[in-house]
Design a protein around this ligand. Structure first.
Ligand code: NAD
Ligand code: UGA
Length: 457
């Protein structure tokens, strides 16, 4: 198959960066991205991506209007495509059967029906979104209603990029996973997609499997990663009870190459649009197949995360003489991690909600996420305020709650901040990223995660 036009449906955190990378690496392909969100498309077209991601603007600029195009005309895009990536959102269902756990596949199914309605020639349909295992079967069945002249081949090609490092992850992926059917047309489709990635990814990193393994591997990878964080966070609670130090414990266990040092940073909790959603999806799937014990095992990873987020605020209240009512709390960071403006499932949200429930006066500062933070906290009206300048945010505050590990927060003049705060002044370091001894020496009471508090009498 001569695959010359690549279409991606969904111009979000995955669709935009992934297609921009393909366009740059494969100049002979025409890459078109469509979305129903006209404002998002306008932003991409303007060269100012609608999401903050280091290096993304430059990556898009390299191909924009050469072989990379953005449009809201989904039907026209489908009609001219040889390969269609589907990268629409697959959030957790909020209604009906499986509410709160199962994936909401309405956007996904809608695109399948649009593909069926508008495709004019043989098409490879690539699942880029993260989906429950055996979703490709549903896609196959919908597309099988096509006229005999048009053949659809469905592949699973889950994305493993992380936000904040998306461009680097796409440029040098650990692996590219492509799942296809074991049939002649399936093998041909897999080969066509391997050809795309082989423009820049070494062949030995391109892994081909059956469709179901590819779908499950994506859920499994996120479940394993989140499990690591919940594991280290569970140990941080033991550290706080025993004066063991979570940094030392993480180092000691991480030096065992079977465990490894990465992804062992204890924190206020994991956030992001996917970990919780994908684990709950896995839990739902296990229950669906009657695997209750397996479901409960993975569910605990999410419950432990919620415990950690709540524990952070409980510790704050306890340290601040059992009341934060009327106290100004400066929340440093609202993004779910550094180097992104994304706030989906950010621990900051639950922290702010709990502080509001305690009648604290919350002021949020973040280098990139304030517009999204305003949307998330709109229900509180002017009870929550927003400051782009962390020094202004901290002025008159009783405490700083550091929730996102932005580099900018590490290098602030904390002497100046301390001078402008109410006393006794507290720092709750939800990322263990500040110099605790130095802050303590300045006069702060410092409460890290999984480490002995440094307080003044
Ligand atoms: P997103 O919400 O940023 O983007 C999805 C886009 O799809 C939106 O812009 C939406 O308007 C568009 N869309 C929905 N229905 C459409 C339709 N019928 N036609 C055209 N456009 C439509 O989501 P995202 O973060 O890019 O995630 C997409 C998928 O990738 C999800 O399944 C997610 O689990 C998975 N994933 C995300 C990440 C990540 O870091 N965000 C990483 C790996 C995998
Ligand atoms: C994660 C995975 O890392 C990606 O491989 C995957 O593609 C993606 O989910 C997805 O499917 O959406 P992402 O959520 O963007 O990527 O970011 P991570 O770096 O994984 O961080 C997730 C959360 O865990 C953040 O809140 C982060 O601060 C937290 N975290 C991470 C910790 O608390 N401790 C750590 O040691 C690492």
């Amino acid at each position: 198959m001569s695959a010359k036009t690549i279409l991606c449906i969904g111009a979000g955190y995955v669709g935009g960066p992934t297609m921009a990378m393909i366009a740059r690496q494969c100049p002979e392909y025409r890459v078109l991205i469509v979305d129903i969100d006209a404002a998002r498309i306008r932003a991409w077209q303007s060269g100012e991506p609608p999401i903050y991601e280091p290096g993304l603007k430059e990556l898009v600029a390299a191909s924009l209007n050469r072989n990379l195009f953005f449009s809201t005309d989904v039907a026209a895009g489908i009609a001219e495509a040889d390969i269609i990536f589907v990268s629409v959102n697959t959030p957790t269902k909020t209604f009906g059967q499986g509410a709160g756990r199962a994936a909401d596949l309405q956007y996904w199914e809608k695109t399948a029906r649009q593909i069926l309605a508008h495709a004019r020639r043989d098409v490879i349909v690539v699942e880029k979104s993260t989906l429950p295992v055996r979703t490709a079967e549903a896609m196959d069945r919908i597309l099988r209603a096509a006229p005999a002249a048009v053949h659809f081949e469905v592949l699973s090609n889950p994305e493993f990029l992380a936000e904040g490092t998306a461009v680097r992850d796409l440029e040098q992926p650990d692996r590219v996973l492509i799942g296809g059917h074991d049939s002649e047309s399936g093998r041909r489709a897999v080969a066509a997609l391997v050809d795309v990635y082989a423009h820049w990814v070494p062949r030995e990193r391109i892994l081909t499997t059956n469709v179901w393994s590819a779908e499950l591997s994506k859920l499994a990878a996120n479940a394993f990663l989140a499990q690591r964080i919940s594991s280290i966070n569970s140990l941080s609670a033991i550290c706080e009870a025993t004066e063991a130090n979570i940094g030392e414990v993480a180092r000691a266990i991480g030096m065992d190459p079977r465990i490894g040092p990465r992804f062992l940073n204890a924190s206020v909790g994991f956030g992001g649009s996917c970990f919780k959603k994908d684990i709950l999806n896995l839990v739902y799937l296990c229950d669906h197949y009657g695997l209750g014990e397996v479901a409960r095992y993975w569910e605990q990873v999410v419950l432990m995360n919620e415990y950690q987020e709540d524990r952070f605020v409980r510790n704050m209240v306890a340290a601040m003489f059992n009341t934060v009512a009327g106290k100004r709390i400066a929340v440093f960071g609202f993004a779910f991690k550094a180097d992104t403006g994304d706030v989906r499932e950010s621990p900051a949200l639950r922290v702010c909600q709990a502080l509001m429930a305690e009648h604290a006066s919350v002021v949020v500062t973040d280098p990139q996420a304030l517009p999204n933070a305003r949307l998330e906290l709109a229900v509180y009206g002017d009870r929550v305020t927003f400051e782009s300048d962390p020094y202004t945010a901290a002025r008159g505050a009783h405490a700083i709650a550091l929730v996102t590990e932005w580099n900018a927060f590490r290098t602030l003049d904390y002497r100046r901040i301390y001078a402008a705060m109410e006393k006794p002044a507290f720092v709750f370091d939800g990322r263990n990223c500040l110099d605790h001894a130095a802050l303590h020496a300045l006069g702060f009471n410092v409460l890290p995660i999984g480490q002995k508090p440094l307080t003044h009498r």
